[in-house]
Design a protein around this ligand. Structure first.
Ligand code: NDP
Length: 391
């Protein structure tokens, strides 16, 4: 979709522009031509109004949205006289998603990203999907919405983007399994006793990637990898047994596809999300980006080890959710988000998060399979309430 002002600019929208993925996306957009090449239709944020207003001014966005109604007045104030429209709240996010952009970056963190991403998918936009919760909570319904809308689903999560790069469409029948790599996070070598005492400050220090607070802590507990397993199942239509996780501390191999003839295809690169974002923005072409290049001589070695599911039970819970199906993905995520908030606020322990999630999953495993998004939201809400009661 090109610009309505008669130029060849591509119209894009960034949901979650003020976050780690959002700012990296704007950086890629700038490298690929900025305002000469792209017309930014909408940008959204939540609490960081100053950055959102700065981004909207710099890109000339048509609409800026804060998800928090309490920030509407200050955003309006910050953009007064610019001609940039301002909105807020859930309806504002949907308004942003409904703007006439052909490519939408879905980078709102957590379940809050589901409704606006779905709205963009339904109207047929290409979805660059960073928000993994869309697939974890609503997998088949979300995939169906994209299919009906007619847009493309372009994975941005580095592991899924890697698989997307090496999974040859005409050889899907020959895929034996996919191998998701995991850095192992800051507690790869910690004992259970040490992990019992960790705080949000130590858990957020990811060894290789620079990311938002919640995904960094999810990486430390391996709940991030658990979400990615479920995400991969829906994205690539795999059985749970076809999804393997391997700890690879250097984060150079971003993931692999193993084929039935014994070949394994991998995508490698320095850990920089701009590569995956650039691929999703330029697909099916490749673009030029100023990211660090791999230097194999300096790298010298790549290590691998099996994940420890005793210290990181999240992986086992992901498999359980996939086997049970139905609303278990939404339940796992809803309970996890509630436990994570409590951990960040110091109200629960690091290891306790998985206990809470498992208890809630067991309690809600009898819910019927979701037939609509309302069923998904209802399962998510029930999971949050139960989890809150366990904290
Ligand atoms: P950040 O926390 O850095 O940014 C999140 C974005 O969502 C911000 O724009 C934030 O606004 C906005 N936001 C926060 N809460 C709400 C809400 N309730 N409603 C609407 N918007 C909200 O996250 P990341 O950029 O790290 O991650 C974004 C998504 O991408 C996540 O789902 C994550 O799992 C996924 N992802 C991230 C990767 C990474 O490298 N960071 C890698 C792969 C996937 P504000 O800043 O104004 O508060």
């Amino acid at each position: 979709m090109t610009s309505g002002n008669g130029t060849n600019q591509r119209r894009i929208t960034i949901l979650g522009s003020t976050g780690s993925i959002g700012t990296n996306t704007l950086d890629v957009v700038q490298h690929l031509g900025g305002r000469d090449a792209f017309e930014v239709m909408a940008l959204t944020g939540n609490g960081n109004v100053a950055l959102l207003a700065e981004q909207a001014r710099a890109t000339g966005a048509r609409l800026a949205v804060t998800a928090d109604d309490n920030h509407y007045a200050s955003l309006k104030d910050a953009l007064s006289g610019t001609g940039i429209a301002v909105a807020s709240g859930r309806s504002g996010l949907i308004e942003a998603a409904d703007m006439d952009a052909g490519w939408v970056m879905a980078a709102i963190v957590g379940n809050a990203g589901l409704a606006p991403t779905l709205a963009a998918a339904r109207r047929g936009a290409d979805i660059a999907l960073a928000n993994k919760e869309c697939l974890v909570s609503a997998g088949p319904l979300f995939i169906e919405a994209v299919r009906r809308g007619g847009g493309r689903l372009l994975p941005v999560d580095s592991e899924h983007n890697a698989i997307f790069q090496v999974l040859e469409e005409h050889q899907r029948h020959a895929v034996e399994r996919i191998v998701l790599t995991a850095s192992g996070g800051p507690f790869r070598k910690s004992t259970l006793a040490e992990m019992e005492k960790v705080t949000a400050d130590t858990a957020r220090a990811h060894p290789n990637w620079s990311m938002g607070l919640k995904i960094s802590i999810d990486s430390a507990s391996m709940f991030n990898k658990a979400l990615e397993m479920i995400e991969a199942k829906h994205l690539f239509d795999l059985d749970p047994e076809q999804i393997e996780v391997i700890v690879h501390p250097q984060s150079v191999i971003h993931s692999m596809v193993a084929y039935s003839d014994g070949s394994v295809l991998a995508q490698l690169g320095c850990p920089d999300m701009r590569t995956a974002i650039g691929y999703a923005l330029s697909h099916p072409r490749r673009c030029n980006l100023p990211v660090e290049r791999l230097d194999f001589a300096k790298l010298s070695r790549l290590d691998f080890e099996a994940p420890d599911e005793v210290r990181f039970p999240a992986l086992r819970l992901a498999r359980l959710a996939m086997q049970r199906g139905g609303t278990q993905g939404a339940v796992l995520n809803g309970a996890k988000e509630t436990a994570l908030e409590a951990f960040i606020e110091g109200r629960t322990g690091f290891l306790k998060m998985a206990d809470i999630v498992e208890t809630v999953m067991d309690a809600l495993c009898g819910l019927p399979a979701p037939r609509s998004m309302e069923d998904v939201f209802s399962a998510d809400e029930k999971a949050r309430q139960l989890a809150a009661g366990l904290i």
